[in-house]
Design a protein around this ligand. Structure first.
Ligand SMILES: [Fe+2]
Length: 410
């Protein structure tokens, strides 16, 4: 009898004790929560869902460059407790009052660009930002894209290490290791950035963070299917703008991007945040400490900016390596947080009116030119936006109903 008991304990404990490298909860289409884990093991572990032990499925197996197993369990049923051994998965709520936004978090190593000192937590503060994000209470968090920045070899390894390339080591050091603290706290919405496009780190994104299942044969799609995340009082329409460079403004690209948005349009029936990597409106420079600022073009604005329904109360994006709110007449407010760790670009710091924020579009903006992240609070009068610095202290605040009119540095 003693032998049988011992055997049962071993049997039950075995799979849950898989060597779990990382775990998180991500929100995918509708009300579905996807509980995911990366394991250094040959099989996926079991998770406990409201006290019932459940086997996770394999999302994708190991490869030479990504030698781990990605496991998932997706459910649209409401659950109150999900654990993997001693690890808790954060859970979605039915309604949303507060949303964290963080983006463009990796450390830039790219031939031809100034290197970022990845080993210096001041020069690359994502780990600190992730801890600050974890310290805040919120219903959900959005990562607006650009996770993987270590593309080419660092010429000064004492400054930025030796890890780079499209492989697990680069994903772990650039995102998962520093990011786990915030992944453990909040259910996340993940957006695909242009660093995860078909010329760059798409495979890592597809393995770990894409909302849709991995299909075989594995290939890169320029546009992943848009999806709508539903809460009782809010929807997030997530659109893939990873393929967005100026040189890509071909008629075919514009048509494909417009079609993507048209797919999502019939699904919208209540207040919506349009969540996408590249902002529709922006002003600044894609250089650090630049003096020559100007309009930042957007292929999405060209493609579907004119047909955004009134249900869209804000566009939430990143891509530009600063934080910025832009008001334009007749359009939803543009909320941009791309200041999550990668070397900063330049935006006017504070409020400036009547700037060209798109071709033939003038707007008022409020910019924040430091590292950090944002919080969007929903209230009866609209959205208010708080800019936090990398330590999690309030740097600026914008109150509803008109975003930029009320913005002030703290
Ligand atoms: Fe970026």
């Amino acid at each position: 009898m003693r032998f049988v008991s011992a055997f049962c304990v071993l049997f039950l404990a075995g799979p849950a004790q898989a060597d779990v490298l990382h775990h998180w909860t991500q929100l995918i289409a509708d009300k579905t929560q996807s509980f995911r884990a990366i394991v250094d093991d040959a099989q996926c572990p079991q998770i406990d869902i409201d006290g019932t032990r459940t086997q996770m499925g394999v999302r994708i197996g190991p490869t030479a460059d990504f030698p781990n197993l990605v496991c998932t369990y997706d459910t649209r049923l409401p659950v109150v407790s999900v654990t993997l051994g001693s690890r808790n998965f954060p859970l979605r709520s039915a309604t949303v009052d507060r949303i964290l936004v963080v983006g463009d978090t990796g450390c830039r190593l790219k031939q031809g660009k100034p290197i970022q000192a990845c080993n210096d937590p001041v020069a690359w503060p994502f780990a600190k930002i992730a801890r600050a994000v974890a310290d805040k209470d919120a219903d959900i968090a959005i990562h607006v894209g650009d996770y993987h920045y270590r593309e080419t070899e660092c010429p000064e390894p004492d400054k930025c290490g030796t890890i780079h390339g499209n492989n697990w080591s680069a994903w772990e050091v650039d995102f998962f290791a520093p990011g786990q603290v915030m992944l453990s706290k909040h259910p996340f919405v993940f957006v695909r950035g242009n660093h995860e496009d078909c010329d760059r780190a798409w495979f890592g994104y597809l393995r770990y963070l894409a909302a849709e299942p991995v299909r075989t044969p594995i290939m890169c799609d320029n546009y992943q299917k848009p999806f709508v995340i539903r809460f009782d009082d809010l929807q997030l329409a997530v659109v893939d703008s990873s393929t967005r460079n100026r040189e890509n403004y071909t008629r075919d690209r514009l048509r494909a991007m417009r079609r993507q948005f048209m797919d999502v349009l019939p699904q919208l029936d209540s207040e919506t945040l349009l969540v996408t990597h590249t902002p529709l409106w922006g002003y600044g420079s894609k250089e650090t400490n630049a003096t020559d600022l100007g309009t930042l073009e957007s292929i999405q604005r060209e493609a579907f900016g004119a047909i955004l329904p009134r249900l869209v109360s804000a566009v939430v994006a990143g891509d530009l390596h600063f934080a910025q709110i832009v008001d334009t007449p007749g359009n939803p407010v543009q909320i941009t947080f791309g200041n999550g760790g990668v070397a900063l670009y330049t935006t006017p710091h504070g409020r400036v009116d009547d700037l060209p924020v798109g071709k033939d579009v003038t707007g008022d903006l409020f910019g924040y030119n430091q590292f950090g992240f944002g919080v969007i609070d929903r209230s009866d009068s609209g959205l208010d936006v708080t800019f936090f610095d990398a330590d999690g202290a309030i740097a600026a605040k914008c109150l509803p109903p008109t975003a930029v009119d009320s913005c002030a540095l703290d």
